[in-house]
Design a protein around this ligand. Structure first.
Ligand code: NOJ
Length: 536
């Protein structure tokens, strides 16, 4: 791997710190827990860790509601511990990426508290997006914009003015027209770069600039959707690029750092974020919405690889993250089922767990063998299912309440990891975990899977190490047509074949490097993948 551009081909492991490992037994994951598990991550073979927000926060949106960007939340640890973590990760050869949330703060942030205590029109208010309401005494919201989590995107503060929150009511949007806001983020960048952070994942990278005419919209905002209307008043506005360039120029004051955009924009707009003076990389979320179907996979893969090649960028592959249903469960659902609403609406018999697991194994072998980099969401390597049946009383995600209890939200993919087969929280910590774990987590624990050569964990380890040997040095990719039910391509002298059809297919010729199943007696079974050295 070219160390200078490690992110172009790296495997990045996403740590949702609250649910990774609990070092002090309070039920919440923390930096101490993570540090104790670094050898596990080293053995898994990942190149970098991306830490979900770890800043001081009331955790009303899992830490994406930041109260202080320069302070680690006490439940997670201290800045000193983070400095140790960075040193330790580096000594193990792993990079560390922090999550930065520039679109909004928490209502607990000192700036917002100051804004509330200051009169309309004051400089303190100007750091956020306050507007006068409509109607005789400002009793109506300034626009019809809706929040991503549901409900109106404006909240009145009692003096005829309202503040904008594109996400939860506890997440007021910053005003990026204000130079003080921009300068503050230059400083926050430097604060973490000075402490050795290797890069940033920028949250809602397409959302910071708002149309200053504040027009009404025709369509409600939807979380995790990219089919965006042109000239939307708060998504993907032209002015974003000036901010991207400013971020980049601060980053470039340091050697070898990178930034990756969480930008939900139309595919033809994404390359604009990846110009040489903007982001290094952007998430490609297309696989999150792709059904288990060879035609769809082939098309998503071809489009992303071509787009990346055209602009000299690298593609990124994501099967799961902290915002979506875990993919073994997604792939286990019957075709056509909407996984966002299924946990409440059912039918429960639409889920075939074994099918989901088979497909998750094959999917790992797809993303690990494609050109570009791959993001692995913690627990994915254990094949953890979505805990879709969490009792509603424990739900923490604002989606639940803000959707009027129509959607359970994202807690089911954030349940604390199982490290041991038993114990009060399966080795997550010494006591109960902040969200209840299902019994199935015991046999899926890291300790059990480490001992099992046929486990999902063993497959991930083998795939990551084989990837480094076979796929990283040569980024060429050539699709191969093996019929409508098959995803197939070559990467150098390796052939990748995935059977997404209804019947086994012939095993390709050549020496097998890795196979997602050990029973190929009747050919490559359905929902299976194989990597072979091409026969010469
Ligand atoms: C995207 C993050 O991934 C999600 O978890 C969060 O709720 C929103 N941005 C708002 O910050």
């Amino acid at each position: 791997m070219n160390q200078a551009e490690w992110w172009k081909t790296g495997v990045v492991y996403q740590v949702y710190v609250r649910s990774f490992a609990d070092g002090n037994g309070d039920g919440t994951g923390d930096i101490a827990g993570l540090r104790s598990r670094l050898p596990y991550l080293k053995a898994l073979g990942v190149d970098a860790l991306w830490m979900n927000p770890w800043y001081d926060s009331p955790l009303r949106d899992g830490g994406y509601d930041v109260a202080d960007y320069r302070k680690i939340d006490e439940r997670f640890g201290t800045t000193a511990e983070v400095e140790e973590l960075i040193t330790e990760a580096h000594s193990l050869g792993m990079k560390l990426i922090a999550d930065l949330v520039p679109n909004h703060t928490s209502t607990d942030h000192a700036w917002f508290q100051e804004a509330l205590a200051s009169p309309p029109g004051s400089p303190a208010r100007d750091r956020y997006v306050f507007k006068e309401g409509k109607g005789e005494s400002g009793e109506l919201p300034p626009t019809n914009w809706t929040a991503v989590f549901g409900g109106p995107a404006w909240e009145p503060v009692g003096d005829g003015t309202w503040y904008l929150h594109i996400f939860d009511v506890s997440q007021p949007d910053l005003n990026w027209e204000n130079e003080e806001v921009r300068a503050e983020f230059d400083s926050v960048f430097r604060f973490w770069l000075d402490r050795g952070i290797d890069g940033f994942r920028i949250d809602v990278a397409h959302g910071m600039v708002k149309d200053q005419a504040f027009p009404d919209v025709e369509r409600a905002a939807v979380l995790l959707e990219s089919d965006l209307a042109e000239d939307h008043p708060f998504w993907d506005r032209e002015g974003i690029h000036e901010i991207n360039r400013r971020f980049r120029s601060v980053l470039d004051e340091y050697d070898g750092r990178m930034m990756v955009a969480e930008a939900w924009v139309a595919p033809d707009r994404l390359p604009l974020y990846l110009r040489p003076d903007e982001y290094h990389q952007s998430f490609n979320f297309d696989l999150l919405g792709t059904e288990w179907n060879a035609g769809e996979f082939n098309s998503v893969i071809a489009t992303a690889v071509e787009a990346a090649e055209k602009i000299g960028a690298s593609s990124t592959w994501v099967l799961s993250n902290h915002d979506v249903m875990r993919h073994p469960t997604r792939y286990g659902l019957d075709a056509g089922i909407n996984w966002r609403t299924w946990p409440l609406d059912g039918p429960t018999d639409a889920l075939d767990v074994a099918r989901g697991n088979r497909r998750a194994r094959a999917a790992c072998m797809i993303t690990m063998s494609l050109p570009g980099s791959t993001y692995v969401y913690q627990g994915e390597e254990l094949g953890l299912p979505e805990v879709w049946d969490l009792p509603v009383e424990v739900l923490d995600d604002p989606t639940w309440v803000r959707s009027d209890k129509q959607m359970k939200g994202r807690d089911g993919c954030r349940v604390p990891l199982p490290w041991e087969p038993d114990g009060p929280s399966f080795g997550f910590g010494s006591g109960n975990a902040w969200l209840p774990q299902p019994d199935v987590f015991g046999p899926l624990s890291a300790a059990v899977q480490t001992e099992d050569a046929a486990s999902m964990l063993s497959l991930y380890r083998a795939a990551i190490f084989a990837r480094r040997e076979h796929f990283v040095h040569d980024q060429s990719f050539a699709p191969i047509d093996m019929g409508t039910d098959v995803v197939a391509y070559t990467r150098g002298d390796v052939l990748v074949v995935v059977n997404m059809g209804e019947a086994p297919i012939e095993m390709p010729d050549g020496e097998v490097i890795l196979c997602s199943t050990d029973d190929v007696s009747a050919g490559l079974p359905i929902d299976s993948a194989v990597w072979v050295h091409r026969a010469r």
